[in-house]
Design a protein around this ligand. Structure first.
Ligand code: ATP
Ligand code: MG
Ligand code: ZN
Ligand code: ZN
Length: 634
């Protein structure tokens, strides 16, 4: 409890930055000490992202800590977005374009923009991200715009700072009338970006294209004050409160951009291209802000096909945001989204989210066109697991054979909605993987707009996810029948490795009991190897491979256990499970279990609860489910 209170206190401390107020003369001193204060919007965003941390992987790709807590596994699109900020920050023409994100529903487009917005708000509270503005400017404009044109070149030569902005009409008037042209006297203050307070961050949402007023973007004349000032073109009679005015120095999000009327798009283009807002009766007003728009793919394609909007096309940088394609990351998305709902008193059974994620990813993958590669193998490969015939290094080639992978399929939102809807059913305390698959299936059936072919494909994929679950379920139960599965597996691995070592070295082993020298136990080794279809002529290389793996782990100071080598793990599990198979089957399928069986079943339930995260309800469901699976086997 105290720790969170301390954190809140620390947060308040850093946010209670003394409001800085001064004159332009004072501000100039600050800028000369810290020239980064003069950076423009794109550059500030780029600095913000970078300052959170950048990790470069072995392939030389950059990963940004800034996004990592909320966006998983869409590193490539994120890198493109950052590339855009970087190029713009360096002053290239790219900064004069709008960033347009497009992709399937719930692929994280809004989330990306939210992160940038919240990030900017936070960043403006730090010394590095501090922002100052002319005190009374409704567009909180850059104080450096006060520097007269005649002096700008020299200013740049001396300070390295390029000033390109123009004073807004209101500030120009104030400078003339209140300060008698003395720029040094103009009041400046530190500002803090805040979407709520409409400072530096804005959002524009298109509504009915015919009736929506352009004032929402660029502000409007305040009719009630014209009388006071005598003229419509007096800047004091204008309200600079459009989203574009508000977002000056920061960021504006344009939601569903392509739904907006063309009038709005052209205003936006002028802004991006010329850095000007065309407002009412005034000359163009300078603005410096980053515009990020997003849209869905259908509208995006219509837009691209439309000759009339060609001028707009090359004024935009388009970044495709596809779905995540890794099961483990998809699980994290669900966990993240579920954390935002109230799950008190509800249990989500082990593997439930994983099974849902397997289905979701399957729905997003394109049918592989490479011999020997199945959809499921591809799914595992993408998630970092080597599979029969394919390794991590093959992913690149596999992806070259795809067209639009990640742009179709089931969204995380759909899965979460299905999970929620089964959680809120009366008398529900726990949902298991089968409940979730059923809920997904029901959801499919009630989705009217789904094409028949898709519906059928999805049904098959649900069945496929379920088969994956069958394996997992069986495994959990079988393991729980052992007092210590890990212990027994370790003993078996040790035994196997001793024999393999002796075999490879043409050595003998010492029998631990009799002390006799005995040849390696071929029967034991083959019994394990046959469990994973290692043929007689392949045993030599299999043994070599495992031996190398052990040596490698040893060299790296890592532990080698039965799970380190995928094939060996499978062999060990099969071996141990087979030995107990009949007991397990008899025990869990018994109609009227004897006292010994009852005791064992209780132990198994206890083990599932203590070791694997089950609750009593889902542990018992699991036993029932696996018993029905075993009953179907010969
Ligand atoms: N790759 C991802 N990593 C983490 N969270 C994700 C990812 N993709 C989607 N989400 C989560 O899914 C939810 C929906 O995403 P978001 O609202 O950003 O989608 P969107 O692309 O804006 O969709 P729409 O086109 O429907 O507006 C969000 O809570 C988001 O955090
Ligand atoms: Mg969205
Ligand atoms: Zn101004
Ligand atoms: Zn449970």
């Amino acid at each position: 409890m105290t720790s969170i209170l301390e954190k809140i206190e620390a947060h308040l401390q850093t946010h209670r930055v003394a409001a800085w107020v001064g004159t332009f003369r004072d501000y100039l001193t600050l800028v000369l000490q810290q020239p980064s204060l003069a950076q423009r919007a794109h550059s500030r965003l780029y600095t913000m992202i970078k300052s959170a941390g950048v990790r470069v992987d072995e392939a030389g790709k950059e990963h940004y800590t800034f996004f990592e807590r909320d966006l998983f596994d869409i590193d490539e699109p994120l890198a493109k977005v950052v590339e855009y900020f970087k190029a713009a920050a360096l002053g290239s023409d790219v900064g004069r374009r709008i960033l347009l994100l497009y992709g399937p529903p719930s692929s994280g487009k809004s989330q990306l923009v939210i992160l940038l917005k919240r990030g900017l708000e936070e960043f403006s509270h730090t010394p590095e991200g501090a922002v100052y503005a002319i005190a009374d400017c409704p567009q909180h404009e850059d104080p450096l715009n006060l520097i007269p044109h005649a002096l700008r070149r020299e200013f740049q030569e001396e300070t390295g700072i390029h000033v390109e902005g123009e004073l807004c009409p209101l500030c120009a008037l104030m400078l003339r009338e209140k300060c008698q042209g003395d720029i040094y006297k103009v009041p400046v203050r530190r500002i803090f970006f805040s979407e709520k307070e409409r400072c530096g961050i804005g959002t524009f949402v298109p509504s009915d294209p015919k009736s929506q007023d352009i004032a929402e973007l660029v502000g409007s004349i305040d009719l009630s004050t014209i009388g006071d000032y005598g003229s419509e073109s007096d800047p004091r009679a204008y309200r600079f409160d459009g989203e574009l005015n508000v977002s000056n120095r920061g960021l504006m999000e344009f939601i569903e951009m392509l739904k907006a009327d063309e009038r709005f798009l052209y205003v936006l283009l002028t802004l991006a291209q010329e850095k000007n807002i065309k407002t009412g009766r005034f000359p163009l007003i300078y603005a410096d802000e980053c515009v990020i728009a997003h849209t869905n793919e259908t509208e995006f394609n219509e837009f691209l096909a439309n000759k009339k909007s060609e001028a707009l096309h090359d004024r935009m940088i388009m970044v495709r945001i596809p779905y995540n394609l890794k099961v483990s990351q998809e699980e994290r998305i669900y966990e993240k989204l579920l954390r935002q709902t109230n799950l008190q008193g509800l249990h989500i059974a082990p593997h439930a989210l994983r099974v849902a994620a397997i289905f979701a990813i399957l729905s997003r993958l394109e049918e592989p066109k490479i011999a020997g590669l199945t959809l499921l193998k591809k799914l595992k490969l993408y998630d970092g697991e080597d599979v029969e015939g394919f390794r991590q290094k093959d992913i690149k080639l596999i992806q070259e054979h795809t067209e639009r992978e990640g742009m179709d399929g089931i969204s995380p939102r759909f899965i979460i909605n299905r999970i929620s809807s089964s959680l809120i059913k009366p008398d529900t305390h726990c949902i298991n993987p089968i409940d979730i698959l059923r809920a997904i299936k029901d959801g499919m059936d009630s989705q009217g707009q789904l094409k028949k072919a898709d519906r059928e494909r999805y049904s098959q994929l649900i069945a496929e996810a379920r088969r994956e679950y069958d394996e997992i379920a069986r495994n959990d139960v079988q393991k729980a029948f052992f007092v210590s599965f890990e212990q027994e597996a370790a003993t078996l691995v040790d035994n196997y490795m001793d024999n393999v070592e002796a075999y490879l070295d043409h050595n003998k082993l010492t029998d631990p009991i009799t002390g006799e020298e005995v040849p390696p136990d071929e029967r034991l080794m083959r019994s394990l190897e046959q469990k994973v279809q290692v043929p007689e002529h392949g045993k030599e290389s299999f043994r070599n491979e495992i031996f190398r793996k052990v040596a490698m782990a040893h060299r790296r100071g890592e532990k080698f256990d039965y799970t380190t080598h995928e094939k060996l793990k499978e062999a060990i599990e099969k071996q141990l499970f087979e030995e107990r198979r009949d007991t397990i089957k008899l025990t869990i399928s018994a109609r009227s279990p004897d006292p010994e069986q009852v005791r064992k079943l209780n132990d198994v339930v206890e083990t599932l609860i203590a070791r694997e995260g089950y609750c009593a309800e889902c542990a018992n469901e699991l036993l029932k489910y696996v018993s029905s699976l075993l009953a179907r086997e010969k």
